[in-house]
Design a binder for this molecule. Structure first.
Ligand SMILES: [Zn+2]
Length: 411
């Protein structure tokens, strides 16, 4: 999640604030102001409300520190943290990469709750050593804030340790199952399953509170449950996608969308027969005497003087197959995906064991192969658009998923 307003950065990590956060700030600040005005008459209205606002801001500072805990531990493992976003349900650190070992994944997961627990201890000590009391009606604002924030940080640590994704406790379950079974994928599936169960429990409990108990806070629990359920499912899907990626070979994904050009024809004839009337020609390979000679890229034609087009042949601008970026039929799709990205290629040549051209793969073919294997309904229109634009649809983070699938496959 990287929506929202950029608010500078902490420890070099960009910090974003989602507009929904302001709603929750108000939902925390006002009720607190009202309650405290009644409980501590000596404060007066303006101090009670100011303390309510301070409370809301300090609460989200606590959430930020919790996320920083995860982020800094991840960074110490050489993992890049893209951003931290604060939003209505708390905070989220955007980390593309996975930890290399279950032990390291556990450290990243526990770091957030550990920070929250540390804040609980620290604020409790502050509340304890401050002169005076937090108890109504004679409590002071500093005392009340320290005491309430301590409690909220304890709640934050405990709530996040519930054992299901997307919560930290789910990440811990993932690390444990990963450690026990040796499979990160199994870890995610179990943790996601537990997360879905937690989500359904929250939805059921929230609905009972709301509709039978007539308690409005039930709506909040219900929404949290829905949010958790959706997130747990997307963890599950991303992992299923990674597992699928590892089973697909270049030979399964390639198409025969290429044409074979006679290597002996002149460039003039080549231009007239193959390039005229097409905006995006398919991959073109030159062949003669029943043998593939190499790849022909129409852009190379620009380098040749027009007067030479009648004299020179296609063979003169052919790149031998040994010099062309290619993969074998048995190459894994995750490698194809990384290769296309790293070399900024539009498509890649797939060679048969005998060294002949057996097919080509572009980003559209990658998506098509995944959709087919996972029974996803992806329309031909979408595939055609990906092929034309040479780019994956926005939000389809297959490149990062392929990278981490590759790492998981090597574990
Ligand atoms: Zn956390």
């Amino acid at each position: 999640m990287q929506s929202g307003w950029r608010m500078g950065s902490v420890f070099g990590i960009p910090l974003f604030i989602d507009p929904s956060l302001f709603l929750i700030l108000i939902l925390i600040a006002f009720p607190r102001g009202i309650v405290w005005q009644q409980q501590y008459p000596a404060w007066g209205g303006s101090i009670a409300y100011a303390a309510g606002v301070a409370m809301a801001i300090l609460l989200f500072t606590s959430v930020l520190l919790h996320e920083l805990g995860h982020s800094l531990v991840a960074r110490s493992q050489g993992i890049k943290v893209n951003s931290i976003t604060l939003f209505i349900f708390g905070g989220v650190a955007s980390i593309d990469q996975e930890s290399k070992t279950p032990g390291q994944a556990f450290q990243v997961a526990i770091a957030g709750p550990a920070v929250s627990f540390f804040l609980f201890c620290l604020l409790s000590a502050v509340a304890y050593f401050l002169p005076g009391t937090f108890r109504p009606p004679s409590g002071t604002p500093a005392h009340v804030l320290a005491h309430d924030l301590a409690v909220l940080n304890l709640v934050l640590a405990t709530f996040n340790l519930l054992p299901g994704l997307p919560l930290d406790g789910g990440q811990i379950v993932k690390a444990l199952v990963w450690k026990l079974t040796g499979s990160r994928f199994k870890g995610v599936h179990w943790a996601a399953r537990a997360g879905k169960i937690l989500g359904w429990i929250a939805i059921t409990f929230g609905a009972i509170e709301l509709f039978i108990g007539r308690n409005f806070s039930g709506l909040w629990i219900l929404l949290l449950g829905l949010f958790g359920l959706r997130n747990a499912s997307s963890y599950d899907q991303a992992t299923a996608l990674q597992e699928t990626l590892l089973t697909i070979k270049a030979g399964d994904a390639m198409t025969r969308e290429f044409r074979v050009v006679d290597a002996n024809i002149t460039l003039r004839q080549f231009a007239d027969d193959y390039l005229l009337n097409t905006i995006a020609p398919p991959a073109l390979y030159a062949a003669s005497n029943g043998r593939y000679r190499g790849l022909v890229t129409p852009e190379d034609l620009q380098q040749i003087e027009r007067s030479q087009w009648e004299v020179k042949t296609v063979l003169d601008i052919t790149h031998p197959l040994t010099e062309v970026s290619s993969v074998e039929e048995a190459t894994s799709l995750v490698d194809v995906i990384s290769f296309l990205e790293q070399n900024q290629l539009r498509r890649i040549t797939v060679l048969s064991p005998a060294g002949a051209v057996s097919g080509v793969i572009d980003r559209g073919d990658v998506v098509q192969a995944i959709a087919q294997k996972m029974n996803l309904p992806v329309s031909l229109d979408i595939i055609r658009r990906i092929k034309e634009e040479g780019a994956y649809p926005p939000g389809f983070n297959v490149v990062a998923l392929a990278q981490s699938a590759k790492e998981a496959g090597q574990n």
